[in-house]
Ligand binder design. Structure first.
Ligand code: GCW
Length: 722
């Protein structure tokens, strides 16, 4: 019996080892910590990092210790020797806040560190060479620990090192649009990671790994529920659940925030009104804020979507956004909390150009918000389109702190099916010059507070994660979560470099693999714009679910929900005239911008149809007519996806089978969907231009009627109950 059992169990173990060694399901994100494959580097690192000393025992330092133990142990291929005094070749981690040893070192770089910054320096102390990760605070030391691991994972760190690093922004937030029933608005990676019905009792390992991933890229705040909020979130039952999550996140330097519904005093408090100037309402919110802080002493604050897309707000009571935001600000102020008030509003009544409305509503209140209120503005004036010019509120409200809202989830960028690296979209906006205070007044300088000298400043990214095993659905969508965090930490980082780091950490350090994969990523957003909305087209997607093309849609209740409102194609041409000859949305920008954009001949072509209605035979810079250029772009976009497929196919031997195959299949779907966009849009626009597809292009395999007949009743991410 024993003889038979023994070899079988050995066999099973071996089999399991083979399987687990091969299985690469993406769960580990960019924190894989597999043993360094380059023998010279490995040898070098092993010599330099023989011991680990994390000096201090706070929950945050314990997180650092756990991460370094796991990370260094994995990368160096041997368990770390834990010590509590200096030895030869020790990694020493600590902060002035909790380590006498670190404080006594009196490091000369220390004065250059902010609250969350860190320093990594090679030193010889008491004759012993060591590597010191030091900070003023424990959270700084945690960030430094992740940075050290990143340096090793990307094979950067070799030899002596001095690195001083501070975050550029105060708030670096990840915003979930997760509902209490675990559906995720505009979520394409499964259900919400937050299992409300099992909280507070059950702490899923995913919450911890989520916090680790966020901390590794410097994210320090999370909004756990949808801005289309349910007032139940503020009930005692749910606050206890939120507190359990906050207990996990706190250990990684992450503050918890909640989206709140403005009418909560009515729904939860049984008041007759939610009027922000009503004394009973004011008292209700104050008492609610006190209660929240009883459960979560370091609670971050409230995020509010008010008077937008049917959400209640102060305007229901003829009060202003400032009245509403300031009332909540007063309730949170005694506890150090903040209000993040969203500027994504467009009025139900006003029939003017939707892209002008947020500016018109908010600009008059510039300088009238309480010091603990920050206004959160989407990157563009419409709604997270594949390409939009920057929002004119950036630079338009010099006396008010503004924060950036990016959308990581790919609502308008091919859901979790299309391979799109969003970092170039982000930097395109961050680097844009608002001219608010002369040339060089970039959007980045608005949102990092440097232009207006605001201590309150930051960025938010609408999360793209769910309970899919690999978190984001598409393996490459992880890069958007990663890059967002890196850019919130430092908006002037090179997107190419961020991609490179992400590839090395998430896939492989093989130089050919890194170079080719980076090439696929860097162009991917430009390519998506080409096959979806080239030359400044926007909002021509399917109704409701926003899946696929539907430029012909004209049936929705409000004019400005319909694609035809945006592209305005007719026999004369196509595009939305937003110059002084049209809606004059351009007037909301600085004169330097207006001057160039006003004239279709000087307007950057990537925004041409955003700002102008242009004749079909308008001469483009390439010498082509507008119609030809439109066709060229749609076809080039599809071709580029095919090119990407080829590059990926050639990588097969350099990557694990599981993720290789997943990406391969998704690229096939992406190609099909790119063709669908191209054919549907060109067939439809051709009914106005009356011009044929240029010769030599492959012909659409269906007619326009076919594309118009497609229906997708259960496309994911489409709102639903919360
Ligand atoms: O783009 C729209 C989305 C809505 C979203 C809204 C917003 C949360 O289609 O699903 O609602 O933006 O940002 O508030």
């Amino acid at each position: 019996m024993h003889m038979r059992k023994y070899p079988f169990s050995i066999l099973l173990i071996c089999l399991l080892q083979v399987l687990t060694a091969k299985a690469e399901d993406g769960y580990r994100l960019w924190l894989r910590y597999d043993k360094i494959s380059n023998p010279t580097l490995l040898n070098h690192y092993q010599k330099m990092m023989q011991h680990l000393w994390v000096d201090g025992n706070s929950p945050i330092l314990q997180s650092a210790q756990k991460e370094l133990t796991m990370g260094l142990g994995g990368l160096l291929g041997k368990p770390m020797n834990q010590v509590n005094s200096i030895q030869n070749n020790t990694v020493i981690v600590g902060s002035v806040e909790s380590s006498k040893f670190i404080a006594n070192l009196q490091l000369s770089e220390m004065p250059r560190l902010g609250k969350e910054g860190y320093l990594i320096v090679s030193l010889t102390i008491e004759g012993k060479p060591c590597l010191v990760v030091a900070a003023k605070t424990d959270v700084g030391a945690l960030y430094g620990s992740f940075k050290l691991l990143q340096e090793l994972q990307t094979h950067q760190y070799f030899g002596k090192m001095v690195m001083v690093n501070n975050p550029a922004m105060q708030l670096r937030m990840l915003d979930h649009w997760d509902n209490l029933n675990r559906t995720v608005e505009r979520g394409y990676a499964g259900f919400s990671i937050f299992k409300w019905h099992l909280l507070p009792g059950y702490i899923d390992q995913r919450y911890i790994d989520y916090a680790r991933a966020n901390a590794s890229i410097g994210i320090n705040g999370t909004v756990v529920n949808n801005v289309n909020a349910n007032s139940l979130m503020l009930s005692k039952d749910y606050l206890i659940k939120v507190a359990a999550l906050a207990n996990v996140f706190r250990k990684y330097g992450i503050k918890t925030y909640l989206s709140v519904k403005f009418s909560s005093p009515i729904e939860l408090g049984k008041l007759k009104t939610a009027d922000p100037l009503d004394p009973a309402v004011i008292a209700w919110w104050k008492q609610k804020a006190d209660e929240v802080y009883k459960y979560i002493p370091d609670f971050g604050g409230f995020v509010v979507k008010a008077n937008s897309e049917g959400q209640p707000g102060p305007q229901n009571y003829q009060r202003s956004h400032a009245d509403g935001a300031n009332m909540l600000g007063d309730a949170l102020a005694p506890h150090g909390g903040i209000v993040i008030w969203r500027a994504f509003v467009y009025s139900n009544e006003t029939p003017i150009d939707r892209t002008k409305q947020a500016y018109l509503e908010f600009k008059p209140f510039d300088g009238q918000f309480k010091p603990n209120v920050i206004v959160q503005v989407k990157n563009g004036p419409l709604d997270f389109q594949p390409r939009e010019p920057f929002h004119p509120l950036f630079g338009g409200m010099p006396k008010t702190p503004l924060m950036m809202e990016f959308q990581l989830t790919q609502e308008y960028l091919g859901h979790a099916t299309h391979l799109v690296y969003e970092a170039p979209l982000m930097t395109e906006v961050l680097d844009a010059d608002t001219y608010a205070n002369g040339a060089g007044s970039t959007v980045a300088k608005v949102v990092n507070g440097s232009l207006g000298k605001f201590d309150l400043n930051g960025m938010a990214g609408v999360a793209n994660i769910g309970d899919d095993r690999n978190w984001t659905g598409h393996p490459f969508a992880q890069a958007n979560w990663y890059a967002y965090g890196r850019l919130a930490w430092n908006p002037s980082q090179n997107t190419d470099r961020i991609a490179e780091d992400w590839i090395k950490m998430s896939w492989s350090t093989d130089s050919q693999f890194v170079a080719k994969t980076k090439q696929m990523m860097m162009d991917s957003r430009k390519v998506l714009v080409q096959y979806m909305t080239p030359l400044g087209l926007h909002h021509i997607m399917g109704d409701g679910h926003h899946y696929g093309p539907s430029p012909w849609s004209d049936r929705l209740g409000r004019a400005d929900w319909n694609p035809v409102y945006y592209h305005r194609a007719d026999s004369a041409g196509i595009g939305f005239e937003r110059s002084s000859k049209g809606s004059n949305a351009l007037e909301q920008y600085a004169p330097e911008i207006r001057k160039i954009y006003e004239d279709p001949k000087t307007c950057p072509e990537q925004y041409l149809l955003w700002f102008h209605h242009v004749a079909w035979n308008f001469k483009m810079k390439s010498g082509k007519t507008l119609w030809e250029e439109l066709c060229y772009n749609y076809y080039a976009g599809v071709e580029a996806v095919r090119q990407t497929q080829k590059i990926w196919a050639a990588q097969k031997s350099l990557v694990d089978e599981e993720r290789f195959e997943q990406v391969r299949q998704l690229l096939l779907v992406q190609e099909q969907e790119a063709i669908w966009w191209r054919n549907a849009c060109l067939l439809y626009f051709g009914t106005f231009s009356k011009m044929p597809l240029p010769v030599g292009y492959e012909q659409p395999d269906h007619d326009l009627k076919y594309y118009q007949s497609l229906r997708f009743p259960f496309a994911p991410g489409n709102g639903g109950s919360n």
